[in-house]
Design a protein around this ligand. Structure first.
Ligand code: EPU
Length: 445
């Protein structure tokens, strides 16, 4: 089954998902590595590229700026040649407005290559306000002049950008990447404090180091970057998508199934695996070169848990939504405190409609108080289970919430109609074929 324009899926639930899926390169690394190629004076090669919408968006934006993007020899390989980088037509760039959050990362590379940049309005999942103040403050500190206009952002670098000291108010993934992609070619040393250190960021640092950058990662979230005059190309195999892997793991648990996730890597999923085991899920790591992790429901009742999402090495926020679906099948009261996004529980209203018992709270339930505690956001959830889910009419709200609805529909008794499945292609390659291979019963109307 290839990608389809149909946006609705009819799902007949109640069957355990069983079989094997493969995860490829991480959605939250590959598009950023593609942006990094803009900084090089020579072509770059990225391997293990998933066929997802975020990759297509960045490919389109790179091409608008004169980067030649060609498939390589092996499947999932792209060659990016940035030797003729040029100014793009603003109207053409603007056609990408609202499509993704990645365009904001073009700022530093375009300022280095062209001295100016235009960035359209951003898209991405509506799971909170998602401001870009950290990005813009950092760019200004490097010496960029930023002008906000109704159609987007205009930036200029009247002189070569200069290294600086930056302290992020929160370890933001995107802002850390912004600083890395800007500092590598800035004059002098940049010291970034309170940086995010997610595995995808370390992989981006590996990409930049291959290109000739000098970056050192210190304890306590400090990263130092010594700017260089010139970067070359890279040849890099993207790290596997630990977020997609966890989604399939939760699907195995929620449907009482058994899924071998080829490509999943233990070291980037340790926090998730601890939680999986604590709630009664079983897994087995296969460390062979073509290996992965097998996830399954070992029988009996799952156990409830109290956890909070956090920046790495904490429990990743993108694991939260699929896990909540699995927790509807756990005995007793589970507490999930979301501390990364203020508004990532909107998807639970549809789960309630399916029979789940979930109550949202404005307070920080469980562990430590977070930034959202005093600010009136429903950012804690209490889930009481196990509850039998029933099929329902569902409208997908965002990427991870959307995949979670598919899991819920597959775990439920009866038929669900899921609208808006197109959104899932942003981050899950070929998911309809994968579901078919696992024995899911669904049809496109
Ligand atoms: N924040 C600000 N100001 C900023 C930037 C961030 O206040 O200028 C806040 C955000 O509002 C949020 C928190 O900082 O509350 C963390 O945001 P972060 O910048 O870390 O997120 P991001 O870079 O926009 C990436 C992933 C997300 C993932 C987060 C956290 C990509 C394309 N997106 O987003 O992935 O949830 O990091 O790990 O890499 C997903 O894959 O479904 C997804 C949403």
């Amino acid at each position: 089954m290839t990608r389809t324009d149909a946006d609705v899926l009819i799902v007949h639930g109640g069957l355990p998902l069983q079989g094997e899926v493969r995860v490829r390169g991480a959605k939250n690394l590959v598009p950023k590595a593609m942006v990094a190629a803009l900084l090089g004076q020579e072509p770059s090669r990225i391997r293990n590229v998933p066929d997802i919408r975020d990759v297509a968006i960045v490919k389109g934006l790179l091409q608008l700026h004169g980067v030649a993007v060609q498939p390589g020899e092996e499947p999932g390989e792209l060659i990016l040649d940035p030797q003729n980088v040029e100014r793009a037509n603003v109207a053409d760039i603007d056609a990408h407005a609202g499509s993704s959050r990645i365009p904001i990362l073009f700022c530093g590379p375009l300022l280095h290559r062209l001295g100016h940049a235009f960035i359209p309005d951003l898209g991405g999942c509506r799971i909170g306000d998602r401001p870009i103040n950290f990005h813009l403050d950092a760019l200004r500190q490097f010496g960029a002049v930023v002008e906000k206009r109704p159609e987007g952002l205009y930036l200029e670098a009247p002189q070569r950008l200069r290294g600086t000291k930056i302290q992020l108010p929160y370890p933001s993934v995107g802002a850390t990447e912004q600083v890395l992609l800007t500092a590598v070619c800035a004059e002098g040393v940049t010291e970034l404090r309170n940086a995010a250190v997610e595995p995808e960021i370390i992989d981006l640092i590996c990409v930049l180091q291959k290109m000739g950058a000098i970056i050192s990662v210190h304890t306590d979230r400090v990263i130092r970057i010594t700017g260089v005059e010139r970067l070359g190309g890279y040849d890099h195999r993207a790290l596997p998508d630990r977020l997609e892997a966890a989604s399939w793991a939760c699907a195995a648990l929620a449907t009482s199934g058994d899924i071998y996730v080829r490509g999943a890597q233990q070291k980037d999923m340790m926090t998730f695996l601890n939680v999986y085991r604590t709630i009664g899920g079983a897994f087995q790591v296969d460390d062979s070169p073509e290996g992965g992790i097998r996830f399954w429901h070992p029988g009996g009742e799952l156990k409830s848990i109290a956890l909070e999402t956090d920046v790495h090495p904490g429990f990743q926020t993108d694991w939260q939504q699929p896990l909540v679906v699995a927790l509807t099948q756990a005995g007793g009261l589970s507490i999930v405190h979301e501390t990364v996004y203020e508004n990532r529980f909107g998807f639970t209203s549809a789960l309630r409609q399916m029979g789940a018992v979930i109550q949202l709270y404005r307070e920080c339930l469980g562990g430590t108080p977070c930034r959202f505690g005093q600010r009136n956001y429903l950012h804690s959830a209490a889930i009481y289970g196990p509850t039998k889910l029933q099929g329902a009419e569902l409208v997908i709200p965002d990427l991870r919430g959307g995949f979670s609805y598919l899991i819920a529909a597959l775990a439920a008794q009866g038929t669900s109609t899921v609208h808006g499945i197109d959104l899932i292609y942003r981050g899950y390659e070929n998911f309809l074929d994968k579901l078919k291979g696992l024995g899911a019963n669904f049809e496109l109307p």
